[in-house]
Write a protein that binds this ligand. Structure first.
Ligand code: GDP
Ligand code: MN
Length: 380
């Protein structure tokens, strides 16, 4: 499981690795509130699981409330390499004298851990490895022996960091090693690891991949999981050309058209339920599209029932009904379906669906009736 930067920093903080104070924000208002708490200047950082956010415009310095508003507004909703930014991390800005790179990962072929350290940080480490491989100092650590402070210091010297950074780097790397091993990670990476003008060494970014095989030992990882899954689901929907927004409730929603999808969410709320998502499948509703939408919603453990709300216009209801039936034969769905189908050829559409109706596939005539059925299923 990959962690978001702010989760990685929380993980680091448990091992006493210095990180900047900050807070999470899902809206511009929350971003301002976090900035006011932390104190200006702050850095507004897009939380997506992909590197190169800085270059993509997802990391911005803000000196005032107005600047936080501008940057948070621009970054929320931004698409960074196919990842839509849904949340921000607002942290106290740091003064930077130098940017380094540090990581621990597994060297599977050598059956050892491998640390990498470079005085050329802040940039893409693959680029450094390609253009100037000697700028990366590597250390191999036998997992049984562990990392001694003496070996760590030698490694830091080999990386030719600035003298002022040596003690701080040794201290952080010893802690990072503990975080990597005791924390059951496959990768811990700090890029950049910075030296401040007043001589402190500090983690400015965090990339952590946890070893899923160790999850049984770490009940506390559950707190990280929901967000990672949501991000994966949003990416999956995007790849399928679907408009998906994850929400907190238990009723999965599939509708055609953004307006209808929004009204569907409202109607679910109106009858006392809560939508698990917004999902607009667009104009058509053929088997491929419906199957794709069901696959996306299927990966959401919060979903207890799926409400399919389709208005047949240019795409007729009988075509839609055939699409739904075909999609159901292709995808093994974990939750019961409640379907409301209206518009052109409603009667033909219902006939097709009714032939397949069961306890796990119910048909409703109106939107409100469908919403009530779906919400009743969640309650009961
Ligand atoms: P990435 O582009 O996804 O790796 O995001 P980072 O968190 O590594 O940020 C990218 C770059 O933004 C860093 O290398 C820094 O140069 C700059 N940056 C990030 N945080 C700060 C900060 O607190 N102060 C300053 N001056 N620059 C920052
Ligand atoms: Mn980085």
């Amino acid at each position: 499981m990959d962690l978001f930067e702010y989760q990685g920093k929380q993980y680091f903080a448990r091992y006493d690795i210095p990180v900047s104070p900050g807070g999470v924000a899902n809206t511009v208002e929350e971003a301002v509130a976090q900035a006011e708490t932390v104190g200006y200047p702050v850095v507004v950082k897009a939380q997506v699981q992909v590197g190169g956010r800085g270059k993509a415009g997802g990391i911005k310095l803000a000196n005032s409330k107005a600047e936080v508003e501008t940057h948070a507004g621009n970054i929320l909703g931004m698409d960074i390499k196919g990842h839509v930014v849904r949340r921000l991390w607002i942290e106290k800005a740091s003064d930077i004298a130098k940017e380094y790179y540090a990581s621990f990962t597994l060297d599977r072929s050598a059956k050892q851990f491998m640390g990498m350290l470079s005085a050329k940080g802040g940039v893409d480490i693959e680029q450094v490895a390609a253009e100037d491989p000697n700028a990366i100092a590597r250390i191999r650590v036998n997992p049984v022996d562990g990392l001694s402070e003496a070996a760590c210091r030698e490694w830091v010297m080999a990386a030719k960091l600035d003298d002022a950074a040596t003690d701080g780097a040794v201290d952080i790397l010893m802690k990072l090693y503990r975080c990597f091993t005791e924390g059951d990670a496959d990768l811990v990476e700090i890029n950049p690891l910075i030296l401040t003008p007043d001589g402190r060494v500090h983690a400015l970014d965090a990339k952590v991949t946890l070893d899923d095989s160790s999850a049984g030992r770490h009940p506390e990882w559950d707190a990280f999981r929901g967000l990672a899954q949501l991000e994966a689901r949003e990416k999956m929907a995007k790849d399928k050309g679907l408009q998906y927004v994850g929400l907190d409730g238990s009723v999965g929603v599939i509708a055609n058209g953004a307006g209808l999808a929004m009204s569907t969410c409202d109607t679910i709320n109106q009858v006392g339920g809560s939508p698990a998502n917004f999902l607009d499948i667009g104009g058509g509703a053929d088997a491929d599209v419906v199957a794709g939408a069901l696959e996306v919603i299927n990966t959401d453990p919060k979903v207890k029932v799926i409400f399919i709300n389709i208005f047949g216009g240019v795409t007729r209801c009988d075509e839609v009904a055939n699409g739904i039936v075909e999609a159901m034969s292709r995808v093994e769905i974990h939750s019961p379906l409640v379907i409301r189908l209206d518009g052109t050829n409603t009667k033909e559409g219902h006939e097709i669906l009714e032939a397949h109706a069961s306890d796990s596939m119910m048909i409703a005539k109106t939107m409100i009736e469908a919403a009530r059925k779906a919400v009743a299923l969640v309650g009961g």
